[in-house]
Design a binder for this molecule. Structure first.
Ligand SMILES: [Zn+2]
Ligand SMILES: [Zn+2]
Length: 322
């Protein structure tokens, strides 16, 4: 009982921390960021508005071109640009000094070419055969909800507020769908594919069964924009953030100044811990209890220096056999 109450308190604390941070940025931004934008780009609102109008014009001034083709290009582009960097690093081992940030240092060195090719095939299938029809339906749903495709852009503060809401909705939808896919009736048919990689690489973020791709990868980040009826530009920004975040969570490296991937890396290693993105619901349901006893948990923080977390919290040496 005491443990459950503690989990509940910890979980609420995490949500408050997220809301509090968003509020802080909001207050700070009100005074400084908007002012700087204003100063450097003249009327900042006009600057972004005219950029958006250029994009709209470039895509033939058609809503469906923005909603479907634009969304496909921006999400696919961001995915491959961020993953190209990690693939080159994994394939060549260069730049070598980055290898000391590897979470499971003996895994994927070198990366098996056949496994990589298979992963690329599955990812491309998910992005096109599954992703494009999903985007068509998503576009119709957004039109029905009244999401703007070419109207006035929202203010910076509203974008920040919406992004916070999206983050919380994604946590809810991803945690529960992911946990459901771990159910013994579903796991071996659907989610097992994603877990073929016990040491993941960036690409593995959408290396999954098509059903899982729809319910765990596409729907959770789409829910927030749909419910809020946001501008499509805000949705694009959010999809890019979500894609980069999942790429980092799977990349297998704990780099400085990037969100810590330790929790999800541990999920791939042990299967029954850390189902969520933020960790809020894992705390609430106690699905991080084992993780919290590990070295990986001590290393699970935003690294702000250059010393790798594995050096700051080294593995306990295994006892030699007598
Ligand atoms: Zn994963
Ligand atoms: Zn899983």
């Amino acid at each position: 009982m005491v443990i459950i109450r503690q989990q509940l308190v910890d979980s609420i604390k995490k949500v408050l921390f997220i809301l509090g941070s968003a509020l802080l940025v909001f207050v700070a931004a009100r005074n400084s960021i908007t002012w700087h934008l204003q100063k450097f780009w003249g009327a900042s609102g006009d600057f972004w508005q005219s950029q958006w109008e250029n994009v709209y014009y470039l895509l033939g001034s058609e809503d469906h071109m923005i909603g479907i083709v634009g969304t496909f290009l921006i999400t696919t582009g961001i995915f491959w640009i961020s993953n190209a960097f990690f693939m080159l690093l994994d394939l060549t081992g260069r730049p070598a000094f980055l290898l000391r940030y590897k979470i499971q240092p003996d895994k994927n060195v070198p990366l098996e070419k056949d496994a990589l090719k298979r992963a690329i095939g599955v990812v491309l299938f998910n992005q096109t055969v599954v992703g494009i029809p999903f985007m068509c339906v998503a576009y119709l749903a957004m039109r029905w909800r009244g999401c703007s495709m070419n109207g006035e852009l929202p203010t910076f503060h509203w974008v920040l507020f919406e992004m916070t809401v999206f983050t919380l909705f994604e946590e809810l939808a991803f945690y529960y769908s992911h946990r459901l896919f771990h159910h013994r009736y579903l796991y071996k048919y659907i989610h097992k594919r994603h877990h073929e990689w016990t040491a993941s690489i960036g690409l593995v973020s959408i290396y999954s069964h098509p059903v899982e791709h729809i319910f765990s990868n596409l729907l959770p980040p789409f829910l927030g924009p749909l419910l809020m009826g946001c501008h499509i530009a805000t949705a694009w920004l959010w999809f890019c953030v979500a894609l980069m975040s999942t790429t980092v969570a799977h990349c297998g490296y704990h780099f400085p100044f990037l969100p810590s991937p330790e929790a999800h890396d541990y999920h791939h290693l042990k299967f029954n811990q850390n189902f969520g993105v933020l960790g809020v619901l894992d705390r609430l349901h106690g699905t991080d209890n084992m993780f919290r006893e590990t070295k990986a948990y001590q290393r699970h923080f935003l690294l702000l220096g250059l010393t790798p977390v594995s050096q700051q919290f080294p593995d306990t040496p295994k006892k030699k056999a007598e």
